[in-house]
Design a protein around this ligand. Structure first.
Ligand code: NAD
Length: 541
């Protein structure tokens, strides 16, 4: 057994491949896409390292081609959930006492597998099951997941290095114990990287995990499972169960060994889970850690001094990439009157050029929404806006679900700053613009802060340093990730730790040391070398 103090490789962000028309990477990922499209994948539960086929199954269809099946997954019942908990608890002792360097090796290897042999498969499966363009798949499923794994291993090392002060008489030491019990990870459909990270970050710190991915991400979740297995993750450390989220959560949250929730998804679901944990509090051995990154109503605010081209690009990319289905997507925009017309014309003319369709065609910028509910939510919002006198659709507003769940990118202008689409998270390619009087800059800052219950991301566009400073101060609590002259999406692990507060989450900053600290319970060890042998303090004479 080595007693050296190891250093993990210094992390660097994975290089984003371009997939230009004649590139080898384009050819290779399309080949994989076609192969997967024309096959039928069976996805069992993953409990104690075993593939569990329950016989109760659900088909998986690409959102852009919802009549075509690409496979099916097995659904869990209560017993399978209990088996997953038991498998996790049985794995706990060996896993948590494994050397941290060995744990680190597994996740660094997983990153390398995604970077190389599994890159096409994880990207193609994300294109297929979540309908991402190749660029969106590459920055998420390949690069962000790799970055999460590499950087978190490095942060883990930093945590273990953090030690209290000591002197010659007393040696103080901190150990960073994993939580007692198991962690429950629930992940959303919209980022393959988040799905991998929610279970891996807790596991990395020595925890065992029950993981419930979204029904709409199971296809790419299967690739994550394959990668973890090949990287050498021992049986039972992470266990994946699919199916009815309420039943699964009820079963998990009544276990006395439940010790932490690692959630990303919508605000309402998170609040329900928090309440359930509160109701069950007497059952638990320890107070569970609750980490949740939830919804957003993210803003772009322009000052009259804004660069219109940069602002327009940020609106297009920020609002419409991945059909606005990013928690950080810009969905409310505030434009000063003096530049509003020109900005909207620039955005509109660019929107005319956005092509819509399957991610298999690399000319498409917009692909399909994730499922019928999402399609209906946007369709209803568009119809409501069409009838409302407070707002007009100035570009887009069309939809078509005959083959896939396609909603055209839609630009809405409202005269009511509290219009429903300025407040409610719609999670689709629809952005609402409110035009304010140039003289009302300070009042508008207040409006931006108070309009929605969320506080995830926001951006200010200005060339005037005083205005930027005013925005920084007035909007201090309006966004956990605040951007100056940039779109509010696209946070990079290791560079812009991500998360918001208010209704947007517990702001534990995914992909950072702050998040990893939630998955450990430090133990302080104080050792006194020559202990006192009399109770008498000097002041007693
Ligand atoms: P969702 O809330 O519908 O689902 C998230 C997860 O919760 C899924 O695994 C789902 O099956 C599960 N779930 C659903 N109902 C449940 C219940 N009653 N009990 C327990 N679990 C339940 O969210 P989604 O549609 O998958 O993802 C989109 C949402 O996630 C948006 O609100 C978005 O803003 C948010 N999001 C936030 C961040 C962030 O970092 N803040 C990142 C990604 C997504």
């Amino acid at each position: 057994m080595s007693n050296s103090s190891f250093k993990v490789p210094y992390p660097v962000n994975e290089e984003i491949l371009n997939y230009t028309p004649k590139s080898s990477e384009k050819k290779s990922v399309l080949k994989k896409y076609k192969e997967l499209f024309n096959s039928s994948l069976e996805i069992p539960l993953w409990i104690n390292g075993e593939q569990i086929k329950t016989g109760e199954t659900e088909n998986i269809m690409p959102p852009h081609d919802h009549n075509h099946s690409i496979g099916f997954y097995h659904k869990a019942n209560e017993k399978h959930v209990r088996d997953a908990i038991e498998a996790a608890l049985n794995a706990k002792q060996k896993w948590s006492s494994m050397s941290w360097a060995s744990r680190a090796s597994i996740f660094i290897k997983a990153a390398e597998l995604i970077s190389g042999p599994y890159r096409d498969e994880i990207n193609a499966s994300t294109m297929l099951c979540q309908s991402k363009t190749i660029h969106q798949a590459e920055i998420d499923a390949a690069c962000e997941l790799i970055d999460f794994l590499r950087y978190n291993v490095y942060y883990m090392q930093e945590i273990y290095e953090k030690q209290p002060e000591s002197d010659n008489k007393v040696w103080n030491r901190l150990t960073y114990r994993p939580l007692e019990g198991f962690v429950y990870a629930i992940s959303p459909f919209n980022f393959t990287a988040i799905a991998g990270n929610l279970c891996a970050s807790a596991a990395m710190m020595g925890n065992v995990v029950v993981w419930k991915p979204s029904d709409y991400q199971i296809y790419s979740a299967k690739v994550i499972i394959k990668v973890f297995e090949e990287a050498g993750l021992p049986k039972g450390v992470i266990n994946a169960v699919f199916g009815d989220p309420e039943m699964i959560s009820n079963e998990v949250l009544k276990s006395k060994y439940f010790s932490g929730l690692h959630f990303t998804g919508s605000t309402d679901v998170f609040k329900k889970l928090w309440k359930k944990i509160g109701d069950n509090i007497e059952k638990y051995n320890s107070y569970p850690r609750i980490v949740g990154e939830t919804g957003g109503k993210d803003f772009i605010l322009a000052h009259p001094s804004a660069n219109i081209k940069a602002l327009s690009t940020a609106i297009i990319r920020g609002a419409f990439e991945f059909q606005g289905q990013k928690c950080s997507a810009a969905s409310r925009v505030y434009l000063p009157k003096s530049i509003a017309k020109k900005t909207l014309e620039t955005v509109g003319s660019e929107m005319d050029m956005l092509k819509i369709g399957s991610p298999e065609n690399f000319e498409n910028f917009i692909t399909a929404l994730i499922h019928r509910d999402a399609f209906n939510r946007l369709k209803e919002a568009i119809e409501k806006i069409k009838k409302d006198k407070d707002a007009d659709i100035i570009y887009g507003g069309e939809y078509d679900d005959s083959k896939g769940y396609f909603i055209h990118p839609t630009l809405v202008k409202t005269t009511n700053p509290n219009f429903f689409s300025m407040q409610k998270e719609l999670f689709g390619p629809l952005v609402t613009v409110y035009v304010f009087d140039d003289s009302k800059w300070i009042e508008t800052l207040d409006l931006v802060d108070k309009t929605s219950s969320y506080a995830l991301t926001g951006a200010v566009f200005s060339q005037d340093r005083y205005a930027i400073d005013e925005a920084l101060k007035a909007l201090e609590n309006s966004a956990g990730n605040f951007y100056i002259n940039d779109k509010p999406t696209g946070a990079v692990v290791g560079k812009q730790p991500f998360g918001g507060s208010r209704a947007s989450g517990t702001n534990d900053k995914a992909g950072s040391i702050y998040n990893l600290l939630r998955w450990v319970s430090p133990r302080l060890i104080k050792e006194v070398f020559v202990p006192p042998e009399s109770y008498k303090y000097p002041f007693l004479g």
